[in-house]
Design a protein around this ligand. Structure first.
Ligand code: SF4
Length: 479
């Protein structure tokens, strides 16, 4: 549980395995433990705050504690709920790092460590139950033995609002619950069933909507219905964060630029109103995600939002999926990703929209998918051409191995052993791109903290070492 120095981008550091930097220094640089008082964190992951609010609404007594303080609270607990983002390092970013460095990533090591500590207490004393949920809950279907060994009573996968009260009440009564509870779209909560958080979320993250209308085949989100939250609800949650001393705000949706829209065209008025409202109150803003198609659909709107945001801060960031530079593959697996443009126009949409972001100081952390089903050499070459064209655009580009999710769960995982020479060249091309922009982005990311200079130097040194290592690897691999 960390706020990553108030910067969600740095959270990517948890996906790496132990490396040249000693663990204590590395964790200080990328994921220092969240500040807490008697084990109560000043802020907690947003999903955990939703569960807390939901259980309080159901009349259940709840304490949210940091992982370091679990040992202290476990004796008095009846049920322990654990929020997981990527518990086994099977997510696209961490599984790619793990394959490249042939080691388990930090987030998987820390999760196992937490469960190990819990197991000690559980055999000694009470009959405390364990429930696990969160965005990474899907990974437990690949680790059934772990669920058994660590005595996990229930894994809740999907949106929990309509089922969590029942699960916790049944466990408190000593009744059995399903080991794996998959919440389908038919049980997705309505707006009224989603409670407001009652305590601050990490980095002031506030959800502005759920679901996505683009239906990319490799994505889990696509299975959920689209709902946008009213401004009043967003404002209430921002007030909770500010009252708890969290003054930043991260607007969260799968595509912030489609806030309030029922199609793939941004709703100009709603977006302007939302950003004027948020920027009056927050000290710094970020977006969780947006789409390049929505940027390109209305570049002037992006400029207007940029003006509102940059009246208070120099830049802001968002995670963005490029996925592929191949129009053929785009048409096949993500036909609506480019909408309102045609799928065939995807590479051009990416080039133009990335230029708009560069000009307006919205810095994207972009992802690519390596090893998509039916990917050909020509598809990889098209992606490499695209990355080459993006060299002048301030961004990070992270290639990720294909993970079978969404409508593609029956497909095979992409394994490191399947890497062709072209795949390797693509990875090195992305690394070169990232190293080109790293210095500036590190300064921008941590410059605002009082210890920013020190942290920035540490990260620059880490960057130089990583760059040297990547170059050595590139020479030996491509020889
Ligand atoms: S990958 Fe992004 S754009 Fe595609 S369905 Fe998922 S959230 Fe929507």
């Amino acid at each position: 549980m960390s706020d990553y120095h108030n910067n969600e981008f740095l959270g990517f550091g948890t996906c790496a395995p132990p490396n040249i930097i000693p663990e204590s220094l590395y964790s200080y640089m990328f994921f220092p433990p969240i500040k807490s008082k008697n084990g109560t964190p000043v802020a907690a992951p947003y999903g955990l705050r939703k569960v807390e609010a939901m259980l309080l609404k159901e009349g259940i007594s709840v304490a949210t504690v940091s992982p370091d303080a679990v040992d202290k609270y476990v004796q008095d607990a009846k049920v322990i709920g654990i929020h997981v983002m990527d518990p086994f390092g099977l997510g696209p970013a961490s599984s790619t790092f793990a394959a490249l460095f042939k080691k388990e990533p930090y987030l998987a090591i820390y999760f196992k460590n937490l469960l190990g500590r819990l197991a000690v207490h559980r055999t000694k004393a009470n009959n405390v139950k364990v429930v696990v949920g969160g965005p990474g809950a899907w990974q437990f279907q690949y680790r059934l033995k772990f669920v058994e060994d660590y005595m996990i009573d229930c894994v809740v996968e999907g949106e929990g609002e309509t089922v969590l009260g029942q699960v916790f009440r049944d466990l408190l009564k000593g009744e059995t619950v399903p080991r794996h509870f998959k919440v389908g779209p038919e049980r997705a909560p309505s707006l009224e069933q989603i409670p407001d958080i009652v305590n601050p979320s990490v980095n002031g993250l506030v959800e502005i909507g759920r679901g996505c209308c683009r239906h990319c085949e490799f994505c889990n989100v696509t299975l959920r219905p689209l709902r946008w939250f009213p401004k009043e609800k967003i404002m209430r949650e921002m007030r909770v964060n500010m009252a708890g001393g969290v003054r930043s705000c991260c607007l969260h949706a799968e595509d912030v630029l489609l806030y309030g829209s029922r199609n793939t065209l941004p709703d100009e008025q709603r977006l302007i109103e939302l950003h004027e409202m948020v920027m009056k109150r927050t000290e710094s803003l970020s977006w969780s995600h947006c789409s390049l198609a929505a940027v390109q659909a209305n570049p002037k709107l992006v400029a207007k939002i940029s003006e509102i945001v940059r009246a208070r801060q120099a830049w802001w960031g968002a995670e963005i999926g490029i996925e592929t530079g191949s129009a053929r593959l785009a048409r096949k697996i993500m036909p609506a990703k480019a909408h309102p443009f045609r799928a065939e126009e995807w590479p051009e949409v990416v080039r133009s929209a990335m230029g708009v972001l560069h000009d307006n100081l919205l810095v994207p952390a972009c992802t690519l998918i390596v090893g998509l089903p039916e990917e050909t050499e020509d598809d990889i070459l098209k992606t490499m051409e695209l990355i080459d064209d993006l060299r002048g655009m301030r961004s990070l580009i992270v290639p990720l191995y294909f993970v079978p999710l969404g409508k593609l769960t029956s497909e095979d995982w992409f394994h490191h052993a399947e890497m062709s020479d072209l795949h390797k060249q693509l990875l090195f091309l992305c690394a070169e791109h990232d190293f080109r922009w790293m210095r500036e982005l590190i300064d921008w990311s941590v410059g605002g903290q009082w210890y920013g200079r020190f942290l920035s130097i540490l990260m620059q040194v880490f960057g130089v070492l990583a760059k040297k290592k990547a170059r050595q690897l590139e020479v030996s691999v491509l020889k």
